[in-house]
Design a protein around this ligand. Sequence first.
Ligand SMILES: *Cc1c(COP(=O)(O)O)cnc(C)c1O
Length: 391
Amino acid sequence: MPTQMHPETRAIHVDVPDLDGARPLNVPLYQTANFGYDNPEELAEAINRPESFAYLRNSNPTVRALENAISSLEGAAASLATASGMGAIHTVLHTLLGSGDHIIVQRHLYGGTFALLKDLAARFGVDVTYIDAQDPAEVTAALRPSTKALYLETISNPTARITDLPAFFAVGKAAGLTCVVDNTFASPIGCRPISMGADVVVHSSTKFLSGHCDVLGGIAAFADADLHRRVWSRSLETGPIADPFAAWLTLRGIATLGLRMRRHHENADGLARFLSTHPRVAEVHWPGLPTHPGHAVARRLLPHGYGGVFAIDVAGGREETLEFTRRLRLADRAVSLGGFKTLVQQPSATSHRSMDAAGLRAIGITEGTVRIAVGLEHLDDLKADFSAALG
Ligand SMILES: *Cc1c(COP(=O)(O)O)cnc(C)c1O
């Protein structure tokens, strides 16, 4: 494949196995847990090499095709596909951090990652410093001799804060840290952090990458093949690899990633602008609005769109907010995001329930905050649904 391809094209032209000159147009589903060898010595070698196929906990051709597709999209040396986003994040952090090590993490953080770090701190003595991620000097100020990694998110959940990745990676790399970023909300169509200096990019492929609310999955993409191999070795111990059918469904979704991301962005932008003028909406957290703190950085870093997730603060309190979400007819009340259907949820009751009230306040979440994961419906129908429910 030519090297100078747009990601929309890369998402469609993924590598498929060659069967004696006949190439299947889609990646075949290799639903097999193990592979036989005529030569027992070849088998013995295969189980120790990430490139070979021996046993499903090591790798599988369908899973490998997904990993290669993501490596191509993210500009990575190699990738690891896992059974969930948390499986990818856990395996990466578990490889990078040992007892007594220190990590610097942005405060606006996916709730599951926050819970994982809390557990690593309490049970394994990993030190965590949370920063606002507004000024790269915060990293310098937080550095210790034991600091191993910097962990950021391109676009945060649920208020869509944008992190100035190149500026933070520059400081992290100068200090010798491994720079990890969760790129789930932007997708590789919106942002390719390795080109900005990231060492590891993680995704919940459950979300935009698969896109159809039918599969759970995760990805870790690595700038450097050696770190991939270290994390892969760790994954043999912890066993998070993706199931072939889940990988196949994710590949199927990735083919339309470019089209979907454009529509998610357009719908989110249209709905956010509409809601920003509604008297019952106190605040709209969407980077496309000039009032959003990440507006300027978003325009510079994410020229192809800001994903499709934003939050609103409904005027009133908990009861008014519950009543509003109850009255929605098209948008469903559900967790997760990045699928074709529009979903809403109250972070204080779901994704961020492991945070206390002070922690929630620090990241701008109230009881009136509703996250909207905008789907692919017609924008006019979404506006009508939200308008009717707000009353
Ligand atoms: C959903 C999500 C995760 C966790 O992924 P799972 O596939 O649910 O395990 C991690 N990070 C972000 C930003 C997410 O949205």
